[in-house]
Design a protein around this ligand. Sequence first.
Ligand SMILES: NC(=O)c1ccc[n+]([C@@H]2O[C@H](COP(=O)([O-])OP(=O)(O)OC[C@H]3O[C@@H](n4cnc5c(N)ncnc54)[C@H](O)[C@@H]3O)[C@@H](O)[C@H]2O)c1
Ligand SMILES: O=C(O)C(=O)C[C@]1(C(=O)O)C=C[C@@H](O)C=C1
Length: 361
Amino acid sequence: MRTVAVVGTGLIGTSAALALTRRGLTVHLEDADPDAARTAASLGAGVTEPAEGPVDLAIVAVPPALVGKVLADCQRRGLARCYTDVASVKAGPRAEVAALGLDTAHYIGGHPMAGRERSGPLAARADLFEGRPWVLTPTPDTDTETLNAALELVALCGAMPIVMDAAAHDRAVALVSHAPQLLSSLVAARLENADETAIRLSGQGVRDVTRIAASSPGMWVDILSANAGVVADILEEVAVDLGETVTALRALQASDEGERRAGAAGIEAVMRRGNTGQSRIPGKHGAPPTRYETVTVVLGDQPGELGRLFGEVGALGVNIEDVTIEHSTGQQVGHVQLAVAAGVVKPLVTGLRERGWAVRD
Ligand SMILES: NC(=O)c1ccc[n+]([C@@H]2O[C@H](COP(=O)([O-])OP(=O)(O)OC[C@H]3O[C@@H](n4cnc5c(N)ncnc54)[C@H](O)[C@@H]3O)[C@@H](O)[C@H]2O)c1
Ligand SMILES: O=C(O)C(=O)C[C@]1(C(=O)O)C=C[C@@H](O)C=C1
């Protein structure tokens, strides 16, 4: 594959385009909003000039409800030999593509399971898809060249292909993406009118749970409209759990000791079920979940400190598996939590302290 067109140069389109240009492919960028395409080009994601002939693959990266319409336009123009999309729901776009009588042999549905709570090209990252699952939903009439082009796209973006049926995909993402999005929004919604003194105490817990509550409402109405029934079923089950949790909490306040014990058992049960569910989430690259240790470094809020820290961790021969940065309101320092393999904690802590870093015990 040498030439690609990205139609829709928002977060996902531009991230894919950046990954592909870095691999030496020629990427042609277009968007209904010319500013978005120009911005993506200025980031090095490709060129805004149209291709002279059909490109090898066109990636339709527009909101889910527009996939059918935009694909129809691309196929009418003969933009590419093969087409894919990246929409967060798969059955709806596929039904629309069929209803519009489009060429289904040269179109394959796709969905990278990576994103951000921000939209637009400026939020794009070339490494957004690295190590992440990327679902492909071929049908019996998908032609082999199209499947291969999509597999090559996934590989070039550093992601892991997962072939699934569109309906099974939609049921799965209802559980691991769509319901969690609404639950995050519901938790964040409690903060809407909360007292400022409470908000100022926000630590990492509430930040972790509410990060995706900053996502685009318009995009999510579009996504949830195409998967509403399954998501509603999951939230109904959550509502039952919530009811039981409230009952357990009330019991914890009872004067009767037996009732209090039952309440504690109820809360412990929900915590344990949560532990079990959380531990099933795969680690990097789809590998079994790995237990990393956390080393917390206190960092002065000055330019370049983070880069210097990462450089020195690298010089100590330690691989950073994940990183979380916690800034407390009104503080001039941040806490950088480095997730590293358990075996390297001791030498890392010693090495960093020798180099003058404040490492928390
Ligand atoms: N945001 C995420 O976390 C995420 C993750 C995976 C997949 N997706 C899916 O990727 C797709 C794009 O999402 P995004 O987050 O990049 O959104 P975005 O809002 O950042 O970008 C969408 C872009 O599509 C453009 N567009 C709209 N109509 C168009 C048209 N008719 N022709 C050409 N361009 C048009 C918009 O101008 C915008 O630049 C969606 O289908 C979404 O479901 C999103
Ligand atoms: O991490 C985020 O910010 C996301 O929005 C990612 C996320 C997800 O739920 O995992 C959101 C929707 C997409 O369809 C795929 C990925």
